[in-house]
Design a protein around this ligand. Structure first.
Ligand code: HH2
Length: 286
């Protein structure tokens, strides 16, 4: 099926849980932000976010990614206590579920408090570059997602530039993985992500998706976040609430190119598409 034959650890160790990586996994997005590009404001209160997380888990998400701060281009920074006020009640409400609870944050203090509250994984769009971020992960047993971003959210789409986008993103991820390992974090706890839309033009995003096998070649599970993103709007001409079909297609393509985890808003639709892919792959292996 064209899936890259990259080698990576058989399991992802994330806090209380261990996820087998033999099948592609779905990370469902639970935003508790008033200004997310995709669903801002819809799940602002903790109660609705918890309900939404439960629904996504029932639909087949193995990981729930809880975000208190919007990362959309132009988003404003949030202070630590506000971010914690948003996410801690959601972690508390979801920690009884049989899923990995991931927290989407770049702040070491938020990471530490979320881990103490029961988070199993930290997803950092800033690749744990803030002082103390790697230490916060190393001092715990949680999993981590290291993502590539050029620039910072406020300005990243101004004029992204690369000489060779795939080579540069792979080199950056490799370097951050080495830093994590040097901090004492085992490879079984690490996921890597090229960061679609984070300081990248449409052409950069397409090239990264086309050559995702190179990122997978690093030898760690790759996470791809394409769901509802503006690159899909550019391709289809559709607004954010009409990008489900394009998002499912993009998730399927990403898995065929070697991604093991897809970060999506539409879990049910993505799950069906992945089941079709798995059925065809299983038939081919017999
Ligand atoms: N994309 C978004 C946020 N976090 N994390 C990873 N690892 N990879 C991604 O591609 C990624 C991410 C943006 O999506 P969303 O959460 O829907 O919007 P917002 O950032 O506005 O909350």
């Amino acid at each position: 099926m064209g899936a890259a034959a990259a080698r990576f650890p058989a399991v992802l160790r994330s806090g209380r849980r261990e996820l087998r990586l033999s099948e592609p996994l779905i990370m469902g997005v639970v935003n508790v932000t008033p200004d997310s590009f995709s669903d801002g404001g819809r799940f602002l209160d903790a109660h609705s976010a918890v309900d939404h997380g439960r629904l996504l888990a029932a639909q087949g998400a193995a990981i729930l990614d809880i975000g208190g701060e919007s990362t959309r281009p132009g988003a404003l920074a949030l202070d630590e206590s506000e971010e914690l006020d948003r996410i801690l009640p959601v972690i508390e409400g979801l920690r009884g579920l049989d899923v990995v609870l991931s927290v989407d944050t770049s702040k070491p203090a938020v990471m530490r408090a979320a881990i103490a509250c029961g988070a199993d994984m930290v997803n950092d769009i800033n690749a744990f570059r803030a002082p103390g971020a790697l230490e916060a992960i190393a001092a715990s047993a949680v999993g981590m997602c290291i993502m590539h971003m050029q620039g910072e959210p406020r300005t990243m789409q101004a004029a992204p530039h690369y000489d060779h986008v795939v080579v540069e993103v792979a080199a950056f991820l490799q370097e951050r993985v080495e830093a994590a390992e040097q901090a004492g974090i085992a490879r079984e706890r690490i996921v890597i992500d090229p960061g679609f839309g984070f300081g990248k033009t449409l052409e950069h995003n397409l090239e990264l998706l086309r050559r995702l096998d190179v990122i997978a070649g690093i030898g760690l599970p790759v996470l791809a976040g394409l769901s509802r993103k503006s690159m899909l709007g550019r391709i289809t001409g559709r607004p954010v609430d009409k990008r489900v079909h394009a998002s499912v297609a993009a998730a399927l393509l990403a898995v065929m190119k070697g991604a093991r985890i897809v970060r999506v808003h539409d879990v049910e639709a993505t799950r069906d598409a992945l089941l079709v892919l798995e059925a065809v792959q299983a038939a081919a292996e017999q």
